[in-house]
Design a protein around this ligand. Structure first.
Ligand code: NAD
Length: 498
């Protein structure tokens, strides 16, 4: 059995707390590894290593820092298949989907290769008599990322790629459910030439997260996970004077206008609602057909597709989706389905009793589809994070626009229509951070920024793109003049350039 410790100062170290968590293989239900849960002292050791290594890394010219990341990209490409298989085995998603998880992370590392340009400041000659002003971006020092189970490659890379490119030292606290890939990524960074101590991985649960939030040497925390934890980390981190961005859960709607192509809509919903067993923060979990006729046509198109979903073990490349991450997650999703039934929603397809032949202990369930869901039901209000899609029928466009706008989450949303006016109005007015027009999962590309609104995101900068660099750097502005520009005599009036 694999025993996963921590990665501190460029080396694997075993945990000392005596506390461990099991890492499951969701497709079989077997425990395939254990992971040590770090203590405050172990976090402190990682921070000390990071603090010692950071000044030299921060002083390394940005082109050289970018070259290390370039080599890292090559090494991940070399090990792509093995990484994807490890990811699929620990998470449960299929291998092609695991490759997508890695690829979306690599794209942010690729973006970070532009760090010499991204770190450039501004310069104004002659802002006042003999006065020049310039600004520069500097790393923060030691920074951290705390990441969820559902993208164990992508989200760690979204965090450490820009942060390390910018000259920081990084503490990664990945999810304890699937820590294998983050550990491999840290090894590959060292193989790529990253100095020891610049990327440290501490595994653990609330104890180590609290230690990160309270450590005075950790200057910034980028968090991704569920909203209650995001809110907690944001509040406590800010109270400790840290820079914090914390991204949370979601309830992503897809609005279906009467003029939309129903085949395209149904295909999009099947992929976006059930891909990765619905365990994506950008999964569509609510379909909003506009008008009764649209709703009836949608149901007719969706039901056979949901019934035909191919569920399989993560290693089956032909499966549409694999198992959920843990038995606990499976039971939680099933209890939501029960709640929906008892609250009066109409369960059109019930995947609760699905079992996978030959993998009877795996954490599988089939796709579920609810119709006539209303806004007072728990299955509408709360994030289910499973292969469950709810149809909420809207009588007109205005009602459809109000639903995602008034929902407490505001991560992603999509509209399907051929009507440019409706799409434009929707994109302008909907109170959600990321909008798709005939695109079901509008995850922005690496050089744009990613971030939800309302309870889907706490803090004021998004992830990746320009904001990713801003978050992990600080701006210094220098106002300078030379003796030839200085007049004799003291000046007691606030300086102006006038
Ligand atoms: P989670 O909140 O349970 O865990 C996220 C991280 O927080 C993990 O590293 C975990 O160890 C840590 N953690 C868990 N409980 C904690 C506690 N009580 N105190 C301190 N730290 C704690 O989330 P998850 O189940 O791993 O991931 C799924 C969630 O993440 C979903 O809600 C999903 O929508 C969200 N998510 C959001 C985005 C986004 O960008 N908005 C992206 C991916 C996932």
């Amino acid at each position: 059995m694999r025993e996963i410790g921590h990665f501190i100062g460029g080396k694997h170290v075993r945990g000392t707390s005596g506390r461990k968590a099991d890492v499951f293989e969701p497709m079989t239900g077997d425990v395939i590894a254990t992971v040590d849960l770090a203590t405050k002292a172990e976090l402190r050791a990682a921070v000390e290593n990071a603090k010692a290594a950071q000044p030299a890394w921060g002083a390394t010219n940005p082109q050289r820092r970018a070259r290390v990341l370039m080599k890292f990209l090559e090494l991940v490409q070399r090990d792509y298949d093995a990484l994807a298989e490890l990811l699929a085995r620990e998470h449960g998603k299929t291998i092609p989907d695991a490759k997508g998880d890695i690829q979306r992370g690599l794209e942010v590392v690729e973006f970070s290769l532009g760090i010499p340009h991204l770190m450039k400041g501004e310069y104004t000659e002659g802002a006042g008599p003999g006065i020049d002003i310039y600004s520069m971006r500097q790393p923060l020092g030691v920074v951290a990322g705390i990441t969820p189970f559902n993208f164990p490659a992508m989200i760690p890379m979204w965090k450490f790629g820009p942060a390390i490119a910018a000259g920081n030292a990084f503490i990664l606290k990945p999810s304890e459910r699937d820590p294998g890939v983050p550990m491999r990524l840290a090894e590959l960074m060292i193989e790529a030439g990253l100095p020891a101590g610049i990327l440290n991985v501490v595994n653990g649960d609330k104890d180590v997260v609290d230690a990160i939030i309270d450590d005075p040497d950790v200057k910034a925390i980028g968090f991704v996970g569920s909203s209650p934890i995001a809110e907690y980390i944001y509040g406590r981190g800010c109270a400790n004077g840290k820079r914090v961005q914390a991204f949370g859960g979601a309830k992503n709607h897809m609005i279906i206008m009467p003029d939309a192509d129903m085949n395209q809509v149904a295909d999009a919903l099947i992929g976006a609602g059930y891909g990765s067993a619905g365990e994506r923060c950008m999964a569509i979990s609510v379909a909003v057909p506009v008008g009764e006729d649209t709703a009836n046509r949608l149901v007719e198109a969706l039901v056979p597709r949901v019934e035909a979903l191919k569920i399989g073990p993560s290693t089956d490349v032909n499966a549409d989706f694999g198992p959920l991450v843990t038995r606990e997650a499976l039971n939680r999703v099933k209890s939501y389905v029960e709640a929906g039934v008892s609250e009066g929603a109409k369960l059109l397809v019930d995947g609760r009793n699905f079992t996978m032949q030959g993998y009877e202990n795996g954490f599988y369930m089939g796709g579920c589809l609810f119709d006539h869901v209303t806004t007072d039901m728990r299955i509408y209000k709360e994030e289910i994070f499973g292969p469950v899609l709810s149809i909420v029928r809207a009588k007109d466009y205005q009602e459809a626009l109000r639903l995602p706008t008034e929902h407490e989450y505001g991560n992603g949303v999509a509209i399907y229509t051929r009507d440019g006016d409706a799409a434009r109005d929707f994109a302008a007015k909907v109170d959600v951070g990321m909008v798709g027009v005939n695109v079901p999962i509008p995850v922005p590309i690496a050089y744009y920024t990613f971030g939800g609104w309302k309870r889907s995101g706490f803090g004021d900068l998004n992830q990746h793109g320009a904001d990713g660099i801003r978050f992990y750097t600080k701006t210094k502005t220098v106002t300078s003049r030379w003796p030839s520009g200085i007049k004799d005599g003291a000046d007691f009036v606030i300086p102006t350039m006038g």
